[in-house]
Design a protein around this ligand. Structure first.
Ligand code: ADP
Ligand code: MG
Length: 404
């Protein structure tokens, strides 16, 4: 479907207000909906969960599965343009939508991000054109490929090709025997084995690319993961070597261009400890949507990653975002809702909000489970020192381990 501009506040020929649709009703969809509404759009969310975070705040909430034909038809009827907030929306559903409405990102781009084998092949192709490559890896789809795995990939991490997230669908393996057992444990589904790398740190880059090929980016974020889940994102001048930042931005832009990508794209990188001062950059994975590590943009930048998602799908102009404050984002996982005695508790929000420059975002989820993303806290301030000090104070109040 060719792309036309969907201006905010426009009344459509069918007599309703210009509406933007999103596949998926999680927290990313919620923040997308809020950004679209701020600009005057109506919104439509497709998610089967009646209590989905995005469905709760949207004008329209279509409560069907992603593959339900009637649900998809309703979404197309309601919305002038459609995006996704979840990379595991079945690509065929996006193909169906894309035949009738502008869909950003496209089914084809989402399909690449859904499959680690296709994704890594794309990274390798981009690296051949001068970008940063992935960690050494091998695809394991058959017994023969398992046997043929080069020994220098061990110790490694076995990752399912599809449906992994937050460190799920991953098993660390020391040797061939553990690798064979881990693949059996995964049910012999297609996987990749990646060499386990010594990491100095991790970073990510978020870009937005329009249908005309224009691309803008946020400054690279420095990310700390704990148990495979993003815990802390820090974004301020000097927290990452400039040379690595430039390389990461150029590689991310190349990855987006080569996919003819339209929308917001996040690419995650490892900084591998090679004994040098800065370390070496390796590309890890991409998310065809706004990303948790970009939530700070809501409070610390003049244009957020969700604003850019709206602009790209609606065919509006893109402007380079400007970060106006140093920022630290703390991920608020369900674990914080459990007290030392194992009893449910409400985190000390009053204490958090008494600190200067704290921005609390809760996603409207009724039940907290360990590892569940309940919200995030962004700290902004006039100086890096102040932001760090406040973020560490907030972490102490919440029971989040301090970080270096
Ligand atoms: P997910 O889809 O769960 O985010 P990732 O591949 O990004 O999967 O892995 C989650 C985290 O596990 C990474 O952010 C990193 O901290 C760690 N990790 C993954 N692969 C490697 C590797 N090859 N070497 C070292 N650490 C890794
Ligand atoms: Mg990841």
């Amino acid at each position: 479907m060719s792309r036309k501009t969907v201006l905010p506040g426009q009344v459509t020929p069918s007599g309703h207000l210009a509406t933007l649709g999103v596949m998926g009703g999680g927290q990313l969809g919620r923040m997308f909906v809020q950004a679209a509404q701020e600009m005057g759009y109506f919104t439509a969310v497709l998610d089967a969960d009646p209590a989905s975070p995005a469905g709760l705040v949207s004008h329209y909430h279509i409560q069907t599965s992603y593959e339900d034909e009637q649900g998809l038809a309703q979404l197309m009827q309601r919305a002038e343009a459609i995006t996704t907030e979840f990379e595991n929306v079945p690509a065929p559903a996006l193909v169906t939508l894309g035949a009738h409405r502008p869909v950003a990102p496209s089914a084809q781009a989402v399909a690449v991000a859904q499959d680690r084998i296709a994704e890594k092949a794309h990274f390798v192709a981009c690296a051949q054109a001068g970008g940063v490559g992935p960690a050494p890896y091998a695809a394991i789809e058959t017994e023969a490929l398992l046997q043929a795995v080069p020994g220098d990939l061990l110790p490694g991490i076995l990752k399912t090709a599809r449906l992994g997230y937050d460190g799920k669908g991953q098993i660390r393996v020391q040797d061939r025997a553990e690798l064979a057992a881990a693949w059996a444990q995964m049910g012999r589904v297609p996987c990749v084995l990646e060499k386990l790398l010594p990491l100095k740190t991790e970073l990510s880059v978020i870009v937005a690319r329009g249908a005309d090929g224009q691309v803008v980016h946020f400054p690279p974020q420095r990310n700390l993961h704990r148990a495979g889940i993003l815990a802390v994102t820090e974004v301020f001048e000097g927290n990452l070597p400039n040379a690595l930042c430039e390389q990461a931005i150029a590689t991310t832009e190349a990855i987006a261009h080569q996919l003819q990508y339209v929308g917001v794209l996040c690419v995650e990188y490892f900084v591998v400890d090679d004994g040098s001062n800065t370390g070496t950059l390796v590309v890890n994975e991409m998310a065809p949507r706004p990303h948790h590590s970009g939530h700070y943009t809501l409070n610390a930048c003049d244009v957020s990653q969700f604003d850019l998602q709206v602009r790209t799908m609606a065919g509006l102009p893109l402007v380079p975002p400007r970060q106006h404050s140093p920022a630290i984002m703390l991920n608020l996982l369900g674990d914080l809702w459990v007290g030392a005695n194992g009893q449910p508790q409400t985190p000390d929000w009053a204490g958090i909000l008494a600190l200067p420059g704290t921005h609390l975002h809760l996603y409207g989820k009724l039940s907290a489970r360990p590892g569940r993303k309940m919200g995030h806290l962004t700290v902004t301030g006039a100086s890096i020192e102040q932001v760090r000090q406040t973020a560490l104070q907030a972490a102490a109040l919440l029971g989040i381990e301090p970080w270096a």
